[in-house]
Design a protein around this ligand. Structure first.
Ligand SMILES: [Zn+2]
Length: 273
């Protein structure tokens, strides 16, 4: 049975909170990449042409032209990132850690935490961020903000005037740019943010730390096992998992880990009540 009293006590005593957030968090913010519910209505032409029926499948698909790809990406980035409004859960989470030192490591890629007002220097987007773009050559030529590109495509879609010359090009090698996500072998994680995260972890070794796992599943294993291992290593650390059950936790963590076997929504709101 979920033990909110203990979890709240750990959080109250913690000066540092590390949030790991995955698919379940993205769903709570409105983005369900596995859902077929609205895809065909919203993207009928893409669904018919490429036989894809979820955002996840469509993101994995190489379209016939770069402009078609960018037109589609732009609608997604617009809906889920530019037009984003933080959910009740996100606002509760912000409130929950308002007095803490924190770092967020997330496999969500829609810029939710940045848009919700969390410190950009305290976020590591392990699976990239689709408001940024990368070179498609396979060489790491860095990341650039793509939100102006998105606006340009939205305007062109409105005017029924999407052309290839709108496709952004790499300043180093002139290859087309693509979303900064692990859609193919061209993905390089943000090394600066990764380094900041590592420094943060090192600096917190002897602090009272709570790791709060929110909606992380097997699609982002790097946000699960390595974090549990850190808690095993440091006696002042605790682990609270929204999704995992107590029996999924290592036995030696029994007294310092809580698994709610629930979902992001119920756990975050339960912790803030
Ligand atoms: Zn390049």
């Amino acid at each position: 049975m979920a033990d909110f009293t203990t979890a709240k006590k750990w959080l109250k005593n913690a000066n540092t909170v590390i949030i790991t957030a995955g698919n379940g968090m993205a769903q709570s913010e409105g983005l369900d990449i596995l859902s077929e519910e609205r895809f065909d209505d919203q993207f009928g032409k893409i669904a018919a042409k490429y036989d894809v029926h979820t955002i996840g499948d469509a993101l994995d698909k190489k379209f016939a032209t770069w402009s078609e790809q960018w037109a589609f990406w732009s609608e997604l980035v617009n809906e889920y990132s530019l037009q984003y409004e933080p959910s009740e859960v996100m606002l509760a989470l912000k409130n929950l850690i308002r007095d803490k030192k924190y770092f967020i490591a997330t496999s969500t890629f829609a810029h939710f935490f940045e848009n919700a007002g969390f410190n950009e220097n305290r976020i590591f987007n392990a699976f990239g961020d689709w408001t940024k773009m990368q070179c498609s050559s396979g060489i790491n030529h860095g990341q650039k903000d793509d939100r102006e590109v998105v606006e340009r495509f939205l305007q062109a879609i409105k005017n029924d005037n999407v052309t290839e010359d709108l496709v952004p090009k790499c300043e180093d090698c002139n290859s087309p740019m693509e979303l900064h996500m692990p859609l193919n072998a061209n993905f390089f994680p943000d090394t600066d943010a990764n380094a900041r995260f590592r420094w943060f972890l090192t600096g917190a070794e002897d602090k009272n730390v709570v790791i709060l796992e929110l909606g992380v599943d097997e699609t982002s294993p790097q946000l699960l096992d390595p974090m549990v291992k850190l808690v095993e290593q440091f006696p002042n650390w605790h682990y609270i998992a929204a999704d995992l059950a107590d029996e999924d936790m290592p036995v030696d963590l029994e007294k310092r880990a809580l698994g709610f076997d629930s979902n992001v929504h119920d756990v975050v709101l339960g912790l803030t009540k």
